[in-house]
Design a protein. Structure first.
Lengths: 277, 262
């Protein structure tokens, strides 16, 4: 009976078998969802791009004044304080916006989910891509800030994609958990902005993680974004910053387990999304 | 040689109904307060409080039928009889609780009009978006683009955001995308009701020609005239089970006059 190349058997628990094949088959949907969101976001181009730039820029100014000038915290090596902050804002902003886009994506696309079949994993993943575009624009503005301060990056800038990938994994991992929980318990959406705001202060965005006392350093690395932010600083600020490998290892391992457990949890309740959303 | 394209066997779908709940979705605070309340009543051994009553509701129960290639099957039933659940299972949006269905071929389902249309985007972009959502590939859409645009007669408004479309234009464009899919099975759920008479006629014509090419159409509608015109065979659902399968005229008669039982 299975002679046709599109043979389909629908049965309870059956989706699992062909899931990853399906994701590959639906890759065009993935492009188009991301493309749609980017298009809508940058439709009024000026507002879209300005928004991606002004918010982190103002945050940077405030942090530089508060932490650099008033609290007089030291910078890493000889990097100007604004660049220290901006280098951390780059991955942080990406993580924060990816996380909130990702966790809301299922609810926003509820009508799609209740009307059409596709692997649901496509939706949160394509939501993260939109934040990635913001990230690229932001990266360009970081370059211009560095030019302004006559600050040249070293060869290490070539390793930036690795750290971007880790930030991506962290945002996806946490985002998948929240997206799935958001469908099940709707008041999770109130938790996300709070978590993001809170995270900004417990992550080393406004200050260098070198100011954290040595004995607390490992504990501090349990925040998955610590490894990423330290990494990006190490990449951009160049010499004069030492890299805390142990903490980075802990952070990265945590990010990986977050991602895997996120995918796992998402998959486990995915099949009831259409019924409860 | 049998050319059964859809085979459904003992398909059932159960939903849990919770009666003590006013909201349509669970909130975490309900979950927590519910737990806390239960804990408290356990502690004080007050068992007089009833937990929220749960009730199993079978939206579909032991539905079995077969559809051959090229057939146009009408599905008629009163509201809440399980039509939508059946279609949702066949289009893989939700899983059955028991039983199975086998489908040979690609399935495209049109359960809501303009699913995935983004109001801010113009018609042109929405055609691509909607087409991809319904399972077409990009090259396929490119190839058929002119045809899709000509069908609903909205060429002039291709670069207007669809939020400014009239509801008729919106539905026509959406149907045009779906009608140019080339699936082996097309599932259509009550989507023609908004178009005007001329367009409805055009759609019925399109669907007949689709099945003329050997494709199978599963057509759900409350519009008995449309079902009569399009489908040779129909099935009547009632409270989740099949009441009758057979020639459309007898089935629709029974649907309209349920008391005339033989």
């Amino acid at each position: 009976m299975a002679t046709s190349k599109h043979y389909l058997r629908i049965e309870a628990g059956r989706t699992d078998a062909q899931y990853w094949q399906d994701i590959w088959r639906y890759r065009e949907l993935f492009y188009f969802l991301a493309w749609r969101d980017i298009l809508v976001r940058y439709k009024q181009t000026f507002i879209g791009i300005a928004c991606a730039l002004i918010r982190p820029f103002l945050t940077m100014v405030v942090f530089t004044i508060v932490f650099g000038r008033i609290a007089k915290l030291p910078s890493d090596g000889n990097a100007p304080y604004p660049i220290l902050v901006f280098a951390a804002m780059l991955p942080w902003q990406f993580f924060a916006s990816a996380l909130s886009e990702c966790s809301n994506s299922l609810i926003i696309n509820a009508n799609l989910i209740s009307k059409v079949y596709f692997p649901r994993l496509v939706v949160p993943t394509s939501a993260v891509i939109v934040s990635y575009v913001d990230f690229l624009i932001f990266g360009l503005s970081l370059l211009s800030l560095m030019a302004w301060f006559n600050f040249l990056p070293s060869w290490r800038i070539l390793t930036l994609p690795i750290f971007t990938l880790i930030a991506f994994a962290a945002a996806m991992g946490a985002g998948l958990w929240l997206a799935a929980l958001n469908v099940k318990y709707r008041d999770f959406r109130y938790i996300v902005p709070f978590a993001v705001q809170f995270g900004l202060y417990i992550s080393p965005v406004g200050f260098s993680s070198n100011v954290v006392p040595e004995k607390w350093r490992l504990l501090y690395s349990l925040n998955p974004m610590v490894g990423v932010i330290d990494g990006v600083r190490w990449v951009i600020l160049g010499d004069g910053t030492e890299f805390y490998w142990l903490g980075f290892g802990v952070s990265t391992a945590l990010v990986c387990s977050l991602l895997l457990s996120g995918i796992n949890y998402f998959r486990s309740i995915e099949r009831v999304f259409a019924d409860v959303i | 040689m049998s050319d059964t394209i859809i085979r459904v066997e003992n398909l059932s779908k159960k939903y849990q109904l919770r009666h003590a709940q006013a909201e349509g979705y669970t909130a975490l605070r309900d979950f927590i307060s519910d737990r806390a309340r239960r804990l408290k009543s356990n502690f004080l051994s007050l068992s007089n409080r009833q937990p929220p009553t749960k009730e199993a509701f079978w939206a579909l129960r032991d539905v079995s039928f077969e559809v051959n290639q090229g057939e146009r099957i009408g599905v008629v039933a009163r509201n809440g009889a399980g039509k939508s659940t059946l279609l949702k299972i066949l289009s893989r949006i939700t899983e059955p609780t028991t039983g199975f269905a086998e489908i040979k071929g690609r399935v495209a389902s049109l359960l809501g009009v303009g699913t995935g249309f983004h109001p801010e985007l113009p018609g042109r972009e929405n055609i691509f978006l909607n087409g991809v959502i319904l399972g077409m590939s990009r090259t396929e859409i490119h190839r058929k683009f002119d045809e899709i645009v000509a069908f609903p007669e909205v060429e002039k408004f291709l670069d207007t955001p669809v939020k400014r479309y009239s509801s008729g234009m919106y539905v026509r464009l959406a149907f045009a995308v779906a009608a140019h899919l080339e699936p082996e099975v097309l599932i259509v759920d009550e989507v023609l009701s908004v178009g005007d008479a001329a367009f409805q006629k055009k759609c019925l014509g399109k669907m007949s020609s689709i099945s003329g090419e050997g494709r199978t159409v599963l057509f759900v509608s409350h519009n008995i005239a449309a079902v009569n015109a399009l489908c040779s065979k129909s099935l009547l659902l009632s409270q989740g089970s099949i009441l009758q399968i057979g020639a459309t005229s007898t089935v629709t008669e029974r649907y309209i006059f349920p008391s005339l039982r033989k």
